[in-house]
Ligand binder design. Structure first.
Ligand code: SF4
Length: 338
């Protein structure tokens, strides 16, 4: 859909990551704190590094509060980071380089969990989807033409749905509108933040299949934020596991699911309900709540819940190191390849 010579075209070739994130950090200051005293802060995202390759689906997983949705919002620049650097196809974003924020935001679109709140209740489906391209300079009729084609593509025949309002749609239909609206900008990267979490299982499967088809057809790249490890196994190429604002493991989805290396990843995967009754676990594999993100434990942040913790874990924070091909882990027990 992208015109030759467009500013949206591939710059650095297939080997250059579409998105590079370095040292991303966001601390939310708490109310209170006195004059002359530092205010306490929630360390929501605390030094996160990763790349997203062109055409891949990278899933970010972890418990509620691990920082995955904040990471997504920082990348989309819906909130300002306190530190770190973003490169989009090799180009620095905003104050870090040559790509203006307005151009970056066009190349990257986001679909949220709450399909109802994402849509203006006073706009028809046609107006909601056509609005973005019009704001970016596309003529009204061309924007409407693009919208009708997109609605048809996401399974909402325009002759039936174009003049409907959000309250006249089901949750699955609203999420299809949100996907069409994101694609109307002709983005290269789609951030899907729990985008299928609120849907029934059967509708969820249909929307996931649609996302897979659109990705293949349009050469899209996905950053898929989810707490649902079964959905992630279905859709992701690679997985990044976050715990308390940091990355603890990352690797190809099949390798990571078959042989998780970090004790936290092992516990998360053990908590996924098995379809096989012989493999159902009676005991919750992950005990207790995550520690206070205002005062995370020194050393390894997982040590209060880790069944394998030993003295070094309290003294020294483990670094994220390559443990196997394309597989990295932050744990003192994982010595990596010989
Ligand atoms: Fe457990 Fe220590 Fe590894 Fe942390 S570094 S996950 S506490 S063994």
């Amino acid at each position: 859909m992208t015109a030759p010579g467009s500013t949206l075209m591939d710059r650095g070739g297939p080997a250059q990551p579409l998105l590079t994130v370095r040292g991303l950090r966001k601390h939310f200051a708490l109310r209170g704190g006195g004059f002359g005293r530092d205010r306490a802060a929630v360390r929501a995202v605390d030094g996160v590094d990763f790349d997203v390759a062109k055409g891949e689906t990278l899933a970010i997983v972890g418990e509620s509060g691990c920082g995955k949705s904040t990471t997504a919002r920082l990348i989309a620049r819906l909130i300002e980071p306190d530190g770190g650097e973003l490169l989009f196809d090799g180009e620095g974003v905003g104050q870090f380089g040559g790509l203006a924020l307005k151009d970056y935001r066009r190349r990257l679109q986001m679909v949220f969990q709450d399909s109802q709140a994402s849509l203006n209740p006073r706009l028809t489906v046609l107006d909601a989807v056509a609005y973005g391209p019009q704001v970016h300079g596309l003529a009204r009729e061309a924007a409407r033409e693009r919208t009708r084609a997109l609605l048809a593509r996401v399974g909402l025949p325009p002759e039936v749905f174009a003049q409907r309002y959000p309250h006249e749609l089901s949750g699955g239909q609203r999420q299809r509108v949100n996907i069409a609206r994101a694609l109307a900008f002709e983005p290269r990267l789609l951030i899907l933040d729990e985008a299928v979490a609120a849907l029934d299982k059967s509708v969820q499967a249909q929307v996931l299949n649609l996302l897979q088809e659109l990705k293949a057809e349009q050469g899209l790249t996905y950053l898929f934020i989810s707490h649902d490890l079964q959905v992630v196994h279905y859709i992701a190429d690679r997985v990044l596991v976050m715990y308390l604002g940091q990355v603890v493991e990352t690797g190809p989805v099949d390798a990571l699911y078959a042989a998780p290396r970090h004790p936290y990843t092992r516990a998360l995967l053990a908590a996924v309900p098995s379809m096989d009754p012989a493999h159902r676990t009676e005991r919750p594999p992950l005990a207790g709540d995550p520690p206070d993100p205002v005062n995370p434990p020194a050393g390894c942040r997982f040590r209060d819940r880790c069944p394998l913790a030993f003295s070094r874990c309290a003294a020294e924070a483990p670094l994220l190191r390559i443990a196997a091909p394309a597989h990295a882990v932050a744990c003192h027990l994982d010595a990596g390849p010989p």
